[in-house]
Design a protein around this ligand. Structure first.
Ligand SMILES: C[S@@+](CC[C@H](N)C(=O)[O-])C[C@H]1O[C@@H](n2cnc3c(N)ncnc32)[C@H](O)[C@@H]1O
Length: 195
């Protein structure tokens, strides 16, 4: 039986170490949740057009077949989900407030989880894993990337916020864990990694 993956698959020396780690993650999640609770109601109005342009750029450079099963990590309010050509699309999103902005039919396709712990999904469950302007938000960037790698087969596209202070760290970690085919820097806000 596969052991539960709480804490992004970490192993702990003691119950106390695990307790402290989980408390820390909860605290950070609550802070993230506060931030996106405020942003959620106005998110689509403010960002939808810009995010849709990023998705068009991904689709111009990354082929997705309708038969491929796709996971969109940090899918926010879910408007990105119907834009992917795949017929089987799942969203992963930790902010309840963002999920609540999605129409009911889309909410059913969004799982309330963080990238760092995708243990609800099996190894290699998705043909394609995408993440659009979300990786800089992960508390554990490497844990999140490793989880996306675990649940994916071999096709990934990550659009990463260029102005993030974590950009260099994210770039190094993506190159460490994935065989990057193309890096596209034409969008003013995001750098796109095609894998
Ligand atoms: C800028 S929004 C992008 C949303 C969506 N991808 C889009 O293109 O509109 C960043 C998203 O990352 C999510 N996020 C924050 N921390 C995360 C984590 N640890 N794992 C996955 N997503 C996370 C936020 O809740 C938010 O919905």
């Amino acid at each position: 039986m596969t052991p539960p993956r709480h804490g992004g698959g970490r192993r702990f020396e003691s119950g106390r170490a695990q307790f402290i780690f989980l408390k820390m993650v909860k605290c950070l999640s609550e802070r993230e949740e506060d931030y996106y609770s405020e942003l959620a109601p106005g998110y689509d109005k403010l960002h939808r057009e810009e995010q849709e342009r990023k998705i068009q750029l991904i689709l111009q450079n990354f082929e997705i077949q309708p038969t491929e099963k796709l996971l969109d990590v940090g899918c926010g309010t879910g408007f990105t989900l119907p834009l992917w050509p795949s017929k089987d699309v799942t969203g992963a999103e930790p902010s309840h407030a963002m999920i609540m902005q999605a129409p009911k039919a889309l909410q059913r396709r969004i799982i309330h989880v963080r990238a760092e712990d995708l243990s609800i999904f099996d190894d290699g469950e998705f043909d394609v894993v995408v993440s659009v302007t979300a990786i800089h938000n992960f508390t554990g960037v490497e844990d999140g990337l490793l989880e996306m790698k675990r649940v994916g087969k071999r096709k990934f596209a990550f659009s990463v916020l260029k102005k993030s202070e974590k950009l260099d760290e994210i770039d190094a970690l993506i190159r460490k864990h994935f065989a990057v085919k193309k890096v596209i820097d034409t969008d003013p806000h995001d750098r796109l990694y095609v894998i």
